[in-house]
Design a protein around this ligand. Sequence first.
Ligand SMILES: *[C@@H]1O[C@H](CO)[C@@H](O)[C@H](O)[C@H]1NC(C)=O
Ligand SMILES: *[C@@H]1O[C@H](CO)[C@@H](O)[C@H](O)[C@H]1NC(C)=O
Ligand SMILES: *[C@@H]1O[C@H](CO)[C@@H](O)[C@H](O)[C@H]1NC(C)=O
Length: 278
Amino acid sequence: MINKARGKLLGVLALFLVMVWYSIYREDSFYFPVADNRTSCPQGEVQRKAAQLIGNYSRAQPLFLQLRDYFWEKTPSLYELPYGTKGSEDVLLRLLSITHHSLPHSIQSLKCRRCAVVGNGHRLRNSSMGDTIDGYDVVIRLNNAPVHGYEQDVGSKTSLRLFYPESAHFDPRAENNPDTLLVLVPFKPMDFQWMEAILNDKKRVRKGFWKQPPLIWEANPEQVRILNPYYMEVTAAKLLHLPMKQPRKAKQASATLTLPTRSKPSTTTSRSPSSPWL
Ligand SMILES: *[C@@H]1O[C@H](CO)[C@@H](O)[C@H](O)[C@H]1NC(C)=O
Ligand SMILES: *[C@@H]1O[C@H](CO)[C@@H](O)[C@H](O)[C@H]1NC(C)=O
Ligand SMILES: *[C@@H]1O[C@H](CO)[C@@H](O)[C@H](O)[C@H]1NC(C)=O
């Protein structure tokens, strides 16, 4: 039962993550369906929509990485980051032993989970979408998108905050709720090391980042989750059709070469610095 319920949520989240990228690709269209409390989740709708977008769509993978997949069983990954965990198993063992992988009861117990993914786009300014966004069951925000002072336009609820080191707000409590899940989206091995060093208060590594990430970041490890790179793989390979071949033994920084870059951060405000992704 629990697995089934979790699978359903995974489906919803995976689909919406995919839709984030999709909406970035198609910036000309901006469609935000208004939440309707009278409609429940139609049976199988998520799977049907996902199947339309993604060939061979499967919900077999957990949304967040979990220790048992690297400790009890060695789960081999075909790809290195950002599409897999190959080569990062050791740091993952240390990191996953202090973070969690479960969904909070407040989300787990929902019968119908309608999600809103809120980006950093300037078009949200003066949109008065705040109440509509807060009306969704799960609100997912990206990077350091501000909330305070913009509640009328972007809402105040944050169920999940997705980020990577360079896009993290220096204070994880500043723009989130006390129970917000802080979801690391790993792009490179440095990202695991950064998170592990911070949570274990070890010596910080400064080199190898795209720009200086926060070196002090006071988060409760129980709120931290690691997004399963499988969903990056699915998005890249099956939705965006990016070339999936990774350079062998290349320098760390060159891993970014396989990522698409956005030409211009035209829709971001000065308070929410743009990022190459998300
Ligand atoms: C689905 O899986 C089959 C068998 O693994 C493969 O032949 C086919 O190309 C896949 N289709 C897509 C769209 O990925
Ligand atoms: C938002 O509305 C205020 C007050 O009406 C106005 O001064 C401001 O220019 C608007 N901003 C945008 C980005 O439309
Ligand atoms: C929908 O229901 C939730 C809780 O069940 C409530 O907080 C929210 O205000 C409702 N939204 C609308 C638009 O009625």
